[in-house]
Write a protein that binds this ligand. Sequence first.
Ligand code: TRP
Length: 328
Amino acid sequence: MSRIFSGIQPSGELHIGNYLGAVKNWAALQSQYESYFCVVDYHAIIAAYAPDDLRRRTREMATSLLAAGIDPGRCALFVQSRVPEHTELQWIFNTIAPLGELERQTQFKEKRERQEQVMAGLLNYPVLQAADILLYLADMVPVGEDQVQHLELSRVIARNWNARFAPEGAPYFPEPQPKLTKTRRIVGLDGNAKMSKSLNNTIGLLETPDEIWAKLRPAVTDPARVKKTDPGNPDNCRTIFELHKAFSPEATVTEVDKNCRSASWGCVDCKKALFEHMNAELTPIRTRAQAFAEQPRLVDDALDAGAEKARTVARQTMAHVKDRMGIA
Ligand code: TRP
C-alpha cells in the first residue's frame, strides 16, 4: 500500500482556500492510503512569531483539520515537533542536499528578497520538508502546485542518500511524487490571485453563516456587469464561479453559467445560491469544531495517538538510516 504524507503550516483556523486546495483531498485519501498528516510547527518558526501565538495557532489548525474530516481513526494526525526524528533526519539530509539546488528554490529566492537578514533555516526549509516525507517512506504527497519544486528536491535527496548508503539495486527511500488536487487555486474574495490570510481576502472554515454572507456579498464579480441586466461571463468571475464549482452540484454550476450569460440572475442571486451550498457543506464542519471546542481532550487524544503512531515508523527509519551510515 502506498503511504502518503502531507504537512500544513500552523496558521490557525483553516480557510476555504486551504480546505478546497488540500485538506478536503486529504480527507478523501485517508481511507485509501496509509496516511500521515502533520502540522509543521518547526517550519513555521522561520518567520518572526510570538511563542504563545504559535502554540494557539498549532492547536487551532489541528482542531480545524479534525473538524474538516481528518479522522484520527484512519490516519496519523500529529504535530511535527512531537516527533524529534524529523529534525534528526534533517541534519543528516543537510549533509547530502546540494547547496546549488537549495539556492535555486523559487520560494527561497522570493523570500530572501524581502528580508534584511536571511537565516540559514530559510535556505534549509525544503530539507526539513524532505525529512518529513522520507521519514515515513511516503511515496505520494498531496499538495498544491506551489510545492512541486520542493518535492523535486526531496527526490534528489532520496536519490543521493540511496546512491551513497543503500545497497546497489535496493533503494531504501522512495522518490515521492506530488499528488495535485483537481480544484484550481482558489482566488481571493478581492480578486487577488491567491486566497491568503495575510491578504485578508479569505473565508474562515469555521465562520458563521452571517460572517460568510457579509464577506460573500461584496466579493468581486465580473467587472462588466454594472447593472443587473448586463450579461456576464463566468470566466471573468473566477472568485465566485470557482467557488460554485467547488461547493455546488453540477446542475447548479450549469444553471449559474447560463443565468449569468443571459443576465437572468444578478450577481446577488448567484451568490445566494453559492451561499446555500457552502452552508450545506460547512455547517457539519462547524458543528464538529464546536464539539472539539467543548471537549478539548478529544483533540489532545487525537494528537497523542497520531504522534505515537508516527514515532513508531520514524524510529524504525532512523534506526535503519543510522545503521547504514555508521552512526553509533
Ligand atoms: N511547505 C509546505 C507548505 O508551505 C508545508 C510542508 C512542510 C509540507 N512539510 C511538508 C507539505 C511535507 C507536504 C509535505 O505548504
